[in-house]
Design a protein around this ligand. Structure first.
Ligand code: C2E
Ligand code: MG
Ligand code: MG
Ligand code: MG
Length: 284
């Protein structure tokens, strides 16, 4: 009896695994088809200077809508794409699309600032990442300073030598480097010191508990202080309330983004957003 139950359970387990695996393979096959189709696009979330309240950048965020699967979150499909290396061509597409978009905005006088692109550690491990960045910048007539790359600390665990070399080359190009989701990974402060970083992004898990949670306040304050002392900028992500915004501003956090300013927008909505953007909206 027990044995039968056990083997049934095994059979069930194996079947679940197989279902999960084929589901993942199906999602990956769809994702590969999506590049270059309508289904895959970038949305752009404004990043503002908390002092002047001016829009200084837009973070490009992947959006995927599949006819059968519906909307799939990047939090789901990015890890899949990282596992099998598809993140390399996908990330290339994101970089090319975001830079081409910024070129258009600049040419039409819509926006002069920076575009921020998320980069996975897997892309850096490949070793020729910075070459691709240089090429895409050149193709779009952009200087390095027009581009900011956001990298999560947890994705940098694999091969420090590889990404350190890439970081140095990107730094030389004048590209800005931001540490995304800062405070949630495991990178040591000595690692941090060796990177040519320009920005620490305070993770939204801290921001969402401001200003009522004492621990979140301590962490936010520590990150702003650390950034300041290491001659970096600080940018808070996921700002949803006026209280959070005012608190961060009072801490001396330089930049911010979040729903209180705008949700990530389809590229077509960006000109209208910029036209109607009034810093004082936030004080009302
Ligand atoms: P992230 O880079 O930390 O991006 C911030 C996430 O928070 C985005 O989720 C954004 O839509 C969301 N967000 C922005 N403001 C608020 C807010 O006020 N409140 C709340 N609750 N959320 C807010 P999204 O777009 O679902 O992206 C999730 C993650 O997927 C990103 O986190 C990033 O790590 C990854 N990702 C997205 N696009 C790309 C990409 O092109 N390449 C790579 N490698 N990763 C990407
Ligand atoms: Mg990001
Ligand atoms: Mg982030
Ligand atoms: Mg985050």
């Amino acid at each position: 009896q027990a044995k039968r139950l056990g083997s049934n359970r095994y059979a069930f387990y194996a079947q679940t695994l197989t279902t999960q695996m084929s589901q993942r393979m199906r999602v990956m096959a769809y994702l590969k088809e999506a590049i270059g189709s309508e289904g895959l696009s970038l949305h752009y979330q404004p990043q503002i200077d908390l002092e002047s309240m001016k829009v200084v950048g837009f973070e490009a965020l992947l959006r995927w809508r599949h006819p059968v699967l519906g909307v799939v979150s990047p939090a789901e499909f990015i890890p899949l794409a990282e596992e099998n290396g598809f993140i390399v061509p996908l990330g290339r597409w994101v970089l090319e699309t975001a830079c081409a978009q910024l070129k258009t905005w600049r040419e039409t006088g819509i926006f002069e600032g920076v575009v921020a692109v998320n980069v996975s550690g897997v892309q850096l491990d490949e070793g020729r990442f910075s070459q691709g960045v240089a090429r895409v910048l050149e193709e779009n007539g952009l200087l390095g300073e027009a581009l900011e790359l956001e990298i999560t600390e947890s994705s940098l665990m694999n091969d420090p030598a590889a990404w350190r070399a890439e970081f140095a080359k990107l730094d030389k190009l004048g590209v800005k480097l931001a540490m995304d989701d800062f405070g949630t990974g495991y990178s040591s402060l000595s690692h941090l010191r060796q990177m040519p970083l320009d920005v620490l992004k305070i993770d939204q898990s801290f921001v969402c508990d401001l200003p009522h949670d004492a621990d979140a306040c301590v962490v936010a304050k520590a990150i702003v202080g650390l950034a300041h002392n290491m001659k970096m900028q600080s940018l808070a992500e996921g700002i949803e309330t006026k209280e959070q915004l005012m608190f961060l501003k009072a801490l001396g956090c330089g930049y911010g983004q979040g729903y209180i300013i705008a949700k990530p927008l389809p590229a077509n909505d960006v000109p209208e957003f910029l036209k109607q953007w009034r810093p004082k909206n936030l004080y009302m």
